[in-house]
Each structure stands twice: as structure tokens, then as C-alpha cells.
Design a binder for this molecule. Sequence first.
Ligand code: SUG
Length: 447
Amino acid sequence: MSQHATEANFDGLVGPTHNYAGLSWGNVASKSNVAATSNPKEAALQGLKKMKLLADRGFVQGILPPHERPHLPTLRKLGFTGSDGQVLSAVARENPVLLAAASSASCMWTANAATVSPSADTADHRVHFTPANLSAKFHRSIEHEVTGRSLRSIFTDETYFAHHPALPSGSHFGDEGAANHTRLCGEYGKPGVELFVYGQQAFDDSAPAPKKFPARQTLEASRAIARLHGLSDERAVFAQQNPLAIDAGVFHNDVIAVGNGNVLFYHDQAFLDEERTLNDIRTRLAGTELKPVRVSSDDVPLLDAVASYLFNSQLLRQSDGSMLLAVPGECREIASVSAYLDKLVAQGGPISAVEVFDVKQSMRNGGGPACLRLRVVLTDDELKAMHDGVILTDALYERLNIWVEGHYRDELSQADLADPMLLDESRHALDELTGILGLGSIYDFQR
Ligand code: SUG
């Protein structure tokens, strides 16, 4: 028995401490913009505008709130003591990079918030959520607890929703969430195939692995998520990412591939074994024809794909069944990619339209349109059961624009992170936000 279901996108609202700290080795944009001055206000408004444009086109658009940053409880766990102001000045003096890590607004990239399996795929027919442990980077490893709280306060009803804690931390079970997870299907409400892409096998030293940059997702983590979510062998495919792509800056699979419905848009360098990956999907998609849209290196060299974030576009199924590709503005600045996009639309394949979004503030840290959203497929009953205060309406959009204008700075440097006023401003802003979104007390400072 299947029910009508919808794909909802939950975007991370950019937090007041959005900054460029160069924290992500292997993520080219993060490293190349280290110590640039950021504009948190513009970043948040760019994100909201993307959400609004998609909501106006009829897509269900939700919001996940930013986290409390700088995160004083983390700094206290690491031995800093005294008042909040004393903690901030001590860490700024002793280890400014640690202060930046505890201040990162990185939870905005909600493609890394969790892995979500729709109820049509799971053994108990509930929607399953596992926040990603994000073990590969310290600044991201402190996200999963509050992410879990947010998800539980939005998807509370246990009749419909099941929540798991993040996997054990440590590199063996490194898990980066939906950025390495793609669901392919016919109709959203019918059972689909969940493609888990991993960078390396943690317990097998002899298996292929990247040589230069870290592989953040392990096969062992992907398998654990599939087990926890109750996915049978018919519902899950595990494929290794091409190590060469990781070494070229593809730190998540969503920088080189994106799928939706029966369409998989990917670069010829995405997978270690392309043929097997496609075959494994096809055999499980019984009754639904997979439509691969393969981009060759001749059309778009791997480095152009990384620089433009072509594959970090959102692939959205429109009401008439055609696919819209929501690309970052950088795609129109790189000649090979721009020419490819024109060809893509002209050739009359499954992707019929391209729309450009300006998310430059996020892009400078390696986060494109697809990084900024977590997809959750929900049946009509599940949609009714979730907390609707986080769904973007015209009124909420207006309210959040005013909230950003009132609380956010338009300039933030690394030195500013030690300013105790910034901590105060952020806490005030977030306290008001949980009220606006009706989320209850999800932050440590509220407890
Ligand atoms: O984890 N950047 C993020 C970007 C995440 C992009 N997400 C997806 N591809 N789904 C990361 O590397 C940079 C922060 C800094 O350097 O200040 C950062 O965390």
C-alpha cells in the first residue's frame, strides 16, 4: 500500500557567526578563502531568498535553525574556565583556530545534518533520521547533538518518525549524512533505492582510497545507517566514490552527482565502478527506468566541476514531472560549464530547465545550493504530523528577513570571533528564533 508523498527541502538558516576560517582540508573553497571577511547578514538573506524562490514555485520548503556559536560548552569541555568573556579571550589568545572551530556556522549545510530514509523504504514504515557524526572535521563533529534535538522537535510523533543517535565518533564510522546519500525512485511514495556513496573502507587498509585528501564517509558507516533504518538489500546500493575525484576536491559525493526520482545527474569521474553502480541501481528499481544524465570530462573537466559546483545543484521534480536544475551562479562564470548547461536544456533530456541562484557567501566555504538543503520525503499524513512552524510561508519569510536585518552583522573577521558581544547577539537572536519557529528550548544556553 503506498500513499502520495512529497519531497520537502529543509534548508539550514545561516547563523550570525558565518565566517571563513579555512577549517576544511580537502574542500578547496574553504581553504582558498581562509581569513576573508564574511558577511553573515548577506549570507542569511541569500539563503532565505533561495528558499522563497523555491517555495513560490510550489516546492515544500522547510527551515532548520542555526546552532549556538561560539559554542561555549565545547570550549569548557576542553579546559577553558571562568566567565564566558574570559573563556573567549583565553581561547583567542591560546588557539584562535579552535575559537574559529567553535564559532563556525557550518550547520547551515544541512545536506550534512542527517541521513533520512522515507517510510516507503523502511522495515517499520516510519521515516528514519540519523544525524551525521561528521567525525572528519572537529568543527562539524559538534553539530549532531543539536541537529538531533531540532529534528526531534520538528518530527516528534513516534507513530511516523524514528530518530537514531549519531554513529559512534571516530574515523572508522565517519558519516557525512545525506551529502553521500541519494534516493532514486519512481513515485516518492513507492519504495525506492537508496544509494550510499562512500570514500573508503575503514577496516580494510588494502582497499582503494584517496592519497591526498581525506575520505570523510566510510562504507562501514553507510552500512550501519542502512541497518539502523531497516533497509533491505533491495532498497540499498553501496558504491565507492572515485578516489581521484576526492583528491581533486570532491569531499562529498554531492559535489560530483545529484539524483532525484529516476534521474541521476553525474560526472564520468564520480564513481570508482560506474557500470556496477548503475547496474546495482537498475536491478533494484524494477519497473522504473533509470535515466542517467552523464557528464563527460570532455564537456566539463573535473576541476571545472569542482570550481563551479555544477553537481551541487538542486535537482527538483516539478509538478509536471520535468526536472529543474537549481545551479549556483558560479556555473555561469565558467565557460565549459555554462556551455554544457545550454546544451543540457537544448538536448531535451529529463532535465528541462536551469535556474541560477546566488549563494556566494556559502559557496566561498564550499557550500552550494544542494549543501544547504536536507531532503525529507513525507507522505500526506507525515506532513500533517510534523511541526509546521518551520515551513516557509510568505509571512515567515517576511518575519525572518526582519529578524536577520535586526540581529546580524554585515562584516565578520576572524578577530571578531573573540568579541563577547557577538556571543550575546547570537544568543539573543537564537532565543527569538526558537520563539518564531515554535521549536522550544533546543540550545544549551536555553536549558
Ligand atoms: O564540511 N565547509 C563545509 C562545506 C559543506 C558542504 N556540504 C556538502 N557538500 N554537502 C565542509 O567542508 C568550511 C568552514 C570554514 O572553513 O570556515 C566548511 O565547514
